[in-house]
Design a protein around this ligand. Structure first.
Ligand code: ZN
Length: 356
């Protein structure tokens, strides 16, 4: 019995989406996953500038820390603010005291004349925007940044771009972090990536993946349910599974509780231990997080059955690398009220841009 765990890891986040909450409603109701991308996320990411990216990451990092998440793997896209964006995110997380592994998600969905294409032919040429995304990953990693090479998804990338992302990752001795078969629109991802993926790749979602690929599978149960894309059946996969939020905060115990309920709906013989093993697999990526100390207002946090059935338990203190970065529920390095106020200002600017 203990009231402490090691640091928690969010294996797939989009810190840029922190300011999305409360955004203006879409002009028409999206009726499927592709329309959600087109009408929500691809309108939002194109509107981001550096100030928005910074305060979005600051608030997202604080909210992670306040939930005991000390490590974030972030997938970033901001087509009108690519250069330097990964350093902005790393700086924000560093100021809060949270570790981040950052990548820019390259994509060919923006043609060279600035038009949005929702599906990209595998045999098309790499776009200038994709090259800029690769250059940002290369620059950030060459400068010593902790990260991976990001790719949005096979269905918005040419083969040339997917090959280049794979080569760049190999050059930096890291993997590619890519959405895989999240919706049926990306059902050819397995065939496209079969000869590219390696053990150090992160395959995000894999709901409609039709074959085994090398790499970790990152399961995002809340996002999958929210987008109605289907169930990924992670307990049936032979890959190692990690748990992510896909940008819906970074409360990993909450995500785990939901993951357990969905798993149990699928297979009533399952136990919370399975979900807890997905959280623990994260220590492959951030081994130092095992030395972090997260303290809760509850005494049985070492027992997955308690965690699965105890709503509302709260993190009181977090220590990272021996430094108290959260005390009595509040970040110590930064003023959460100031960050909330600044993030609200940026959210207002973002939402006005989306409305116009
Ligand atoms: Zn995602």
């Amino acid at each position: 019995m203990t009231n402490q765990t090691a640091g928690l890891i969010c294996a797939h986040h989009h810190l840029y989406s922190t300011l999305a909450r409360g955004m203006p409603a879409t002009a028409k109701m999206p009726t499927n996953f592709l329309e959600i991308l087109q009408q929500v996320w691809w309108r939002l990411d194109v509107a981001l500038d550096n100030e928005m990216i910074y305060w979005s990451a600051m608030l997202g990092a604080c909210e992670a820390l306040m939930n005991g998440t000390t490590c974030i793997i972030d997938h970033h896209e901001s087509p009108n603010c690519i250069e330097g964006s990964l350093s902005t995110i790393a700086r924000a997380c560093g100021e809060v005291g949270v570790r981040v592994n950052a990548c820019y998600g390259v994509t060919d969905r923006w043609s060279n004349d600035g038009k949005l294409q929702s599906k990209v032919s595998p045999i098309s040429k790499m776009t200038e925007a994709a090259q800029r995304g690769l250059d940002e990953c290369d620059r950030y990693l060459s400068d010593g940044g902790r990260g991976m090479v990001g790719a949005h998804a096979a269905f918005t990338c040419s083969d040339e771009t997917l090959n280049a992302a794979s080569d760049l990752a190999t050059k930096h001795k890291t993997g590619v972090h890519i959405h895989v078969a999240e919706g049926r629109d990306d059902q050819h991802a397995g065939a496209r990536l079969e000869n590219l993926s390696k053990e150090n790749w992160h395959l995000i979602h894999a709901v409609h993946l039709d074959r085994k690929l090398s790499g970790y599978i990152v399961h995002n149960p809340r996002s999958n349910m929210n987008n109605s894309v289907g169930y990924a059946k992670p307990s049936k996969l032979s890959n190692k599974v990690l748990l992510g939020t896909d940008g819906i905060g970074a409360d990993m115990l909450e995500e785990a509780r939901l993951a357990y309920a969905r798993l149990r709906e699928f297979d009533v013989t399952e136990t919370p231990t399975t979900v807890w093993s997905w959280i623990e697999n994260g220590y492959d990526l951030f081994p130092e997080a095992k030395g972090d100390a997260v303290t809760y207002n509850y005494d049985h946090v070492d027992n997955p059955w308690h965690l699965a059935f105890t709503p509302g338990l709260a993190v009181t203190d977090v220590e990272i690398d021996g430094e108290k970065v959260l005390t009595s529920g509040l970040p110590t390095r930064v003023d959460i009220n100031e960050i909330r106020a600044k993030a609200a200002e940026q959210a207002l600017r973002l939402h006005q841009r989306l409305a116009s």
